[in-house]
Design a protein around this ligand. Structure first.
Ligand code: ATP
Ligand code: MG
Length: 421
């Protein structure tokens, strides 16, 4: 069996847990739609170049986390490590001719990163994300953050913190970068090996390092906020003002950066204290440079991704879980089985959760099964009942018995059992 066991960092989603996912996904669907987002599904495999270009050669993802293979024709392909690059690619390829901007997409699905598996960190994990493409207005940032806020509220997830920062733009970033490098240079020998490498290629990412020795140093580093140009500073102020107006609380985390290269201006994380080290439930920000980097016209954009596995650990038990059966049909004998099987079909088509016992099993064992499945009602049909043309519907909770004529079997069941959940 070991030979066929699942891969490390890859998990099955099983009944018992899957109902909660269904519930969260259904809340996501209604919430995201209300905010004007449409579902997009992109392929799981893409050309490697899409990710190296958009996520950046010097990011952790591209440097060491991607599942990259040779395709049959020798081309490099990669299992998507995140969703934004593919959404932008699809937007440019298929939908950029749309006259309605901004384009608003949401997605949900598996992502793949070859990381060290641990609590809150898998190799196949799932993200639920949203992107607004084609709008620079800070109100879009507020809209996106208010969507996240609403979604978590509807799920009943408590104790989250919205952490906010601004990373500047190509106008103000160079000055900040220089200042950060000047500061870090003094401490270079104490930084971890990875950060020493990052110092040349991408010093901002050093602020994201989770190693203790680096954190001590980065805590005192100059923050990007001190270097924002007028436009970025105004933008950031408007975002904060907008959030306050909607009563959405946040904290400024001056050293928050994103691991991905294409972020500009607003960057944020939603964190919790309930998950230990892996405390980010969602993350995102503006990426005004990405569409152009992928060959499109200069187009501002903003998005986020929620880590589903981490979110699921915070979601209270859902109403979808352990849903009992509405009705268990008990046929006694072959004739009753033949009679009830189409009834089962008719009721299921009306969305009643029903099961039927085995016609040759005893009444006692079928009742036992109805009980185990938590059936609210049972209906017993044997030859006697068929001869008489009537039977009873038994309410397992109240022990109440309702007489039913066979001529109105499904109608009576439906009106009594209803869709009570
Ligand atoms: P982290 O700092 O935790 O590595 P990240 O910066 O790599 O996160 P993003 O690429 O921004 O994360 O992904 C957004 C969200 O996806 C994260 O906040 C997290 O909830 C989730 N996530 C990222 N990587 C994993 C993983 N390996 N396993 C489970 N969830 C993940
Ligand atoms: Mg990561």
């Amino acid at each position: 069996m070991k030979e066929f066991s699942s891969l490390k960092g890859f998990k099955d989603l099983l009944p018992g847990e899957s109902e909660r996912w269904e519930w969260v996904e259904s809340i996501a669907r209604t919430t995201f739609r209300a905010f004007g987002f449409s579902l997009i599904r992109t392929p799981i495999l893409e050309r490697t170049a899409l990710f190296t270009r958009s996520i950046g050669e010097t990011s952790d993802i591209v440097e060491k986390e991607m599942y990259t293979f040779k395709d049959w024709n020798g081309g490099n392909i990669t299992l998507r490590p995140e969703g934004t690059a593919s959404v932008v690619r699809a937007y440019l390829e298929k939908t950029s001719h749309t006259p309605i901007l901004p384009a608003k997409f949401y997605y949900s699905g598996p992502m793949f990163r070859h990381e060290r598996p641990q609590a809150g960190r898998l190799r196949q994990f799932h993200q639920l994300g949203a992107e607004i493409i084609g709008e620079i207005d800070p109100r879009q940032d507020v809209e996106l953050l208010s969507l996240l806020h609403t979604f978590f509220k509807r799920l009943g997830v408590e104790g989250l913190t919205l952490e906010l920062n601004s990373l500047g733009c190509p106008v103000c970033r160079p000055a900040y970068r220089t200042s950060l490098k000047t500061y870090l240079e003094e401490h270079l020998p104490t930084l971890c090996e990875d950060c020493q490498r990052r110092f040349m290629a991408n010093p901002l990412r050093i602020l994201d390092c989770k190693k203790k020795e680096c954190r001590v140093i980065t805590k005192k580093a100059p923050p990007p906020l001190d270097y924002l140009c007028q436009e970025c500073s105004d933008h950031f102020k408007s975002v904060q003002k907008g959030l306050r107006k909607l009563n959405i609380s946040f904290v400024i985390r001056p050293h928050l950066v994103r691991g991905l290269d294409y972020y500009t201006k607003t960057a944020f994380e939603i964190t919790t204290t309930a998950l230990g080290a892996q405390n980010a439930v969602a993350a995102g920000g503006r990426y005004d440079g990405l569409v152009a980097a992928l060959g499109g016209p200069a187009t501002p954009a903003i998005g986020f991704a929620i880590g589903m596995e981490r979110l699921m650990q915070l979601v209270p038990p859902s109403p979808f879980q352990n849903l009992p059966l509405h009705l268990f049909l008990i046929p006694l004998g072959k004739m009753a089985g033949e009679y009830l099987f189409p009834v089962l079909y008719a009721l299921r088509r009306k969305e009643l959760r029903c099961e039927m016992g085995k016609e040759n099993a005893s009444l006692k064992s079928q009742m036992k099964r109805a009980d185990r499945l938590g059936a609210r009602f049972v209906l017993i049909v044997g030859e006697d009942e068929i001869d008489r043309g009537t039977t009873v519907l038994r309410d397992m909770a109240t022990k109440e018995q309702i007489n039913i004529e066979f001529t109105e079997l499904t109608e009576t069941i439906l009106s009594n059992v209803g869709l009570r959940d």
